[in-house]
Design a protein around this ligand. Structure first.
Ligand SMILES: [Fe+2]
Length: 233
């Protein structure tokens, strides 16, 4: 193994459920991810540069600009706050949403129930550094098992064709299986839907400037399926 760091059985991601009754999107069944066609529109830089960012480390040296949150407040927490536990959906727009009308309209136009919507600002990190942040998400905590499985979508706002999202399935030991590795290049406008509870993921970003991307949680269901089918290559 060329990588110095590798998750062990004690990694917190290993405990996150893989098999549940939640209805899934059939298009993700094969690999757990799906690349869509590039976005057919431009997003002005001001829609991600002028937002209010918060110091929140997830997946490396990151800052996040919340566009929709559980209660519309500017925070980066999950939706399972003490005494107010909810699944990652039914989000409300924050004040940042007023500064990014193209992105807000885009998210609303998809028609699926959405949870957290935010822009990630990721500082450069090489492969070895990124591996320390390799993880699976806990997207479906408190999500009733008869409701759609929550997945994530990415929309790249800066052009980083040499950067990539690194994805792996879990092996029988619950740890990432290197034989299942996929790398999704992150050029401007690239879009991908990922079952981030199923797949280990992190972004390798060897550039010299921050990478910005829109990340949205969506509930699986007919509306998300219809949208995915309409946006495939
Ligand atoms: Fe994640």
């Amino acid at each position: 193994m060329a990588t110095a760091f590798w998750p062990t059985a004690e990694h917190w991601s290993v405990e996150i459920p893989l098999d549940t009754p939640h209805p899934r999107v059939a298009a993700l069944a094969g690999h757990g991810w799906l690349q869509l066609s590039n976005a057919p529109f431009e997003v002005p830089d001001s829609e991600f540069l002028s937002l209010e960012y918060m110091d929140w480390k997830s997946g490396g040296d990151t800052n996040f600009a919340p566009i929709a949150t559980a209660d519309g407040e500017l925070d980066c927490r999950g939706f399972w706050n003490d005494g107010d536990e909810r699944p990652d959906k039914d989000a409300r727009f924050t004040t940042n949403a007023d500064k990014c009308p193209t992105l807000r309209t885009y998210v609303e136009s998809i028609g699926a129930n959405f949870g957290r919507v935010r822009i990630i600002k990721l500082e450069p990190q090489d492969h070895e550094t990124a591996m320390r942040s390799f993880h699976r998400d806990d997207n479906n905590r408190f999500n009733p098992p008869d409701q759609g499985w929550v997945v994530r979508s990415w929309f790249e706002l800066t052009d980083n064709p040499d950067s990539y999202m690194l994805l792996m399935e879990s092996g029988p030991d619950g740890l990432p299986d290197p034989t299942t590795e996929s790398r999704i290049p992150l050029g401007k406008g690239a879009r991908v839907v990922v079952d981030t509870q199923r797949l280990w993921h992190v972004v390798v970003h060897p550039g010299s400037a921050p990478r910005y991307a829109l990340i949205t949680s969506f509930e699986s269901g007919p509306n998300l399926t219809r949208w995915i089918e309409s946006q495939r290559h």
